[in-house]
Every structure is written in C-alpha cells, then in structure tokens.
Ligand binder design. Structure first.
Ligand code: MN
Ligand code: MN
Length: 327
C-alpha cells in the first residue's frame, strides 16, 4: 500500500502545506482523492479572552513541518504517509470580526470532510472552534453518538465569557446544550489552576460530565487516569472526537498560547496520551487549538509540539488501517 501523493520536496522548500502534503482546493478534488484524513485550518482568535494570536496558529503549525517524505514513527513502526491518503484542504473561509460566520465556515468544511468518510484534523484557532467542528462531526455521525476526550488546563464550560455566549471559554457548554455530545461522554483531562468557579463545576456535574485534574494525575498516575477517561467517553458512543488545547502542556513546553497555566503536562506525556487515545478508540476527529505564535520563542516549540500531536494521530490511524487490511 503506497500513497502516490506523498510529498515530493523537502519541508523547507516551496509552499508550506502540512507535512508538504498536496493542497486540495475544492470538495470535488478532495472527493476524487478518496482521503483517509484531511488537515484543515481554522484561523480564528476572535473568541480569545486574554492574549490573542491563535489566528496565526494554522500557518505556524504547517510551517513547523521539518520532516522529509519518508517519515516513520519509531514507536509505532509505521510510515503514516505510505499507509494513509492525507491531504491539506486549506483553511475555512473565516471573516475577521465575525465569529459566528467564521464558525459556520469551519462547520461546513469539517462536515464536508466527515461526509467523505475521512478524519478531519483541525488546526486552530482558539478553542471556540471546537463548537462548530465537533458539531459538524455529530451532525454526520449522529447527535450523542460521539464521545469527546478534551485535554486542557481549562474546562471551557462557562455560561458566558464577559457576556458573550460564544467564546473560547464556553464551547464545551454549548456543545452539550446543543445535544451534539452527551454530558456523560464529555471527559476532560489536565484541568488545573484557578478557573472556572464552583458554580460552573456544579453545572458540569449536573450534566454528568467527568473531569480529571492534574492533581488526580499526580495522585493516580497518568495511565490510570487515561484508561478511565477513555472508558467514560465510550460509555454508549462507539467513536471519539479528541480536542487538544495546547495549554494542557506546561508553559515550558508551550509558551505560545493565550492562557498559559503552569504545572501542566510535558510534551512527552501529551504525545503519549494522544497516541493512546487514537489507538484505543475509533477516532473520528481531532482539533489542536490555542497555538498563538506571536508568543513563541525562536525555536517555535509550541508550533512544533502541536504539529507532532497531529503526527501522533496520523501514525495511530495508519496502524489501525494496516490492522484492518490484514484482518
Ligand atoms: Mn481550551
Ligand atoms: Mn485552555
């Protein structure tokens, strides 16, 4: 099984699509490629409360590709681009200063990908984009049929953010209220710090949401917590949408983000966790959000780790496709 559309030039040459994969501009062309997974950008930061800049996230994550055409995951022993048909579908047609219509553009583009039977890999953007993205997945696969595993320092379940119902502080609440995801299958990992207040946790409890703090990870160990989280997301649904807010990482590993919170995961822990979720579940969507490149150091380490989050998922998807074809 060889992907005939593998990258043909080094990462540093030419136009920086994700991993130098072919840029597909239209739905018709994408359909003709019969993709397994599709990278697309949601360059939006109008939902940000604190530091803006995540609108530049997709561009920075694409530019962080520094690998050649023959990439092989040393842990999973798989060459994802030889196994999977992966394409870069560009960015949603966002409109500066119009968060709602920008969300509609994200929703439409993600839905196109899911209807083709491919896995959308969405580069944010602030975390508000998970609302249209996960809703699009649920619109195709069925309301309540998909569980969510959400890595974040923050719960993002406020009733409003400074009076706004749609922001990066509220998407998980709106997702549950809309019926797209059941509260009991919405599982959060990595919460810490000083937000949200107790009444928001009360609401989360009423929805049957489950959350696992960094303090629990310290006490029980990450593997045990992850096993619990995966099982909770799949109590009913057979598929999982994975949402990764890069601020789940300690700011030492991801300084370029809107709302950094010290005391988080290491890059090694996050990549392993993403791999584990992607291998253990039927993964039907990913977003990696809150990369705000203006705050990155010269090594662009936040964009680098966000890029590798996507690669972990691609590698896991490749392992599972190989297993299916051998079965
Ligand atoms: Mn978030
Ligand atoms: Mn966060």
């Amino acid at each position: 099984m060889v992907h005939d559309r593998m990258p043909t030039e080094p990462a540093f040459a030419g136009i920086p699509t994700f991993l130098k994969l072919p840029y597909v501009q239209t739905l018709e062309a994408l359909q003709a490629e019969t993709p397994d997974a599709v990278v697309l950008g949601a360059p939006i930061d109008m939902g940000t409360t604190n530091r803006p800049g995540a609108r530049f996230g997709p561009r920075a994550i694409r530019a962080a590709s520094n690998l050649g055409r023959s990439i092989r995951h040393l842990g999973l022993e798989v060459e994802p681009l030889r196994v999977l048909r992966v394409f870069d579908y560009g960015d949603a047609s966002v409109l500066p200063q119009d968060l709602q219509r920008s969300h509609e553009a994200v929703r439409a583009k993600v839905e196109e990908v899911v209807r083709l039977g491919a896995v959308p890999l969405v580069l944010g953007g602030d975390h508000s984009i998970t609302l249209p993205s996960a809703q699009a997945v649920a619109a195709v696969l069925g309301q309540g049929n998909v569980g969510v595993v959400h890595f974040d320092a923050h719960a993002d379940t406020a009733s409003d953010d400074w009076g706004s119902p749609i922001s990066h502080g509220t998407p998980m609440r709106r997702l549950i209220e809309s019926g797209a995801v059941r509260g009991s299958n919405f599982v959060q990992v990595g919460l810490r710090g000083y937000w949200p207040p107790a009444d928001v946790f009360d609401w989360m409890g009423e929805q049957g949401m489950r959350w696992h703090t960094m303090y629990e990870i310290d006490e029980r160990g990450f593997d045990a917590v992850l096993d619990t989280a995966i099982a909770e997301a799949l109590e009913g649904p057979s598929a999982v949408y994975l949402s990764v807010d890069v601020d789940v990482l300690d700011p030492a590993y991801a300084p370029a983000t809107g709302t950094p919170e010290p005391g988080g995961l290491t890059a090694r822990e996050l990549l392993r966790a993403v791999r584990k979720v992607a291998l253990a579940t039927h993964l039907v969507g990913l977003d990696i959000v809150e990369v705000a490149p203006p705050y990155d150091g010269p090594g662009a380490i936040t964009a680098e780790v966000a890029h590798r989050v996507v690669l972990e998922v691609l590698s896991a998807l490749a392992v599972k496709k190989l297993a299916r074809s051998e079965a």
